[in-house]
Design a protein around this ligand. Structure first.
Ligand code: NDP
Length: 238
């Protein structure tokens, strides 16, 4: 039985990844920070294990990984999905807002990888998938911290793929485009229609589009793919 740990699995893209892997017979653990009801419901629906953990806190991440390993025996796949956005002028951003965005989207991936990798290295196998963003590739106005964090995740992916490749571990990065989740709550329906119009495939993405790409990268047949940055954006980021 293959096993996976997904960060930020309670809602949106993370929840779709939990559902998709569980439907393929994976044993899944996922974490959440505040959405306890959603997490409980998803655990009930899929049989996945829900663990409360703030991924910006290294002690909580250590405990989360210990709990996941206790329940699953080991972790074959780690998906670093948790993230938060912040929109506004860089000059209006406080230190705390900057750190929250960077800590959730970038530092958390370092913390989880540090805890999960020793087990993967000793088994000489494992998969890590980082959820970045098109904004990490091309930058977005009024999303400087988010773009910086997501670009950092791309750098982390490429470096770590080289570091752990000899141990049989692949590290890849997905860059979703505009995906319909709570993260888009700040946009009006007409903003969203305009974004869909700008997308070559003429629609916004769904959480399932990203989950399908995760399943593909997690599959045995993707064993020779590592260090890659793959858009799931309907052509929007090109
Ligand atoms: P949502 O806001 O819908 O969900 C975010 C998830 O992250 C929730 O499960 C939330 O848990 C969790 N989370 C946030 N902060 C923490 C934390 N400190 N510790 C643990 N969990 C946390 O976002 P999406 O599903 O849209 O985004 C998922 C990922 O995809 C993010 O990394 C995002 O940057 C990326 N992405 C999204 C795009 C989009 O258009 N939606 C586009 C490109 C990339 P809880 O509810 O419990 O707090």
């Amino acid at each position: 039985m293959q096993t996976a740990l997904i960060t930020g699995g309670s809602r949106g893209i993370g929840a779709a990844i939990v559902r998709a892997l569980a439907a393929k017979g994976w044993q899944v653990a996922f974490c959440y920070k505040t959405s306890q009801d959603e997490a409980r419901q998803l655990a009930q629906e899929t049989g996945a294990i829900a663990i409360r953990c703030d991924v910006t806190d290294s002690a909580q991440v250590r405990e989360m990984v210990k709990t996941a390993i206790r329940q699953l025996s080991h972790i074959d796949l780690l998906v670093n999905n948790a993230g938060v956005a912040w929109q506004g002028l860089l000059t209006d951003m406080t230190d705390q807002q900057w750190h929250t965005v960077l800590d959730t989207s970038l530092t958390a991936a370092f913390l989880t990888c540090r805890e999960v990798l020793p087990g993967m290295v000793s088994r000489k196998s494992g998969r890590i998938i980082n959820i970045s963003s098109i904004w990490g590739r091309v930058g977005a106005s009024c999303e400087a911290a988010y773009s910086a964090a997501k670009a950092g995740l791309i750098g982390l992916t490429k470096a770590l793929a080289k570091e752990v490749g000899p141990s049989g571990i692949t590290v890849n990065c997905l860059c979703p485009g505009v995906i319909r989740t709570d993260m888009l709550a700040c946009y009006t329906e007409s903003d969203l229609a305009a974004l869909a119009d700008e997308t070559p495939l003429c629609r916004l993405g769904t959480p399932e589009d990203v989950a399908n790409a995760v399943c593909w990268l997690a599959d045995e047949k993707a064993a020779f793919i590592t260090g890659q940055v793959i858009g799931v954006d309907g052509g929007f980021g090109q």
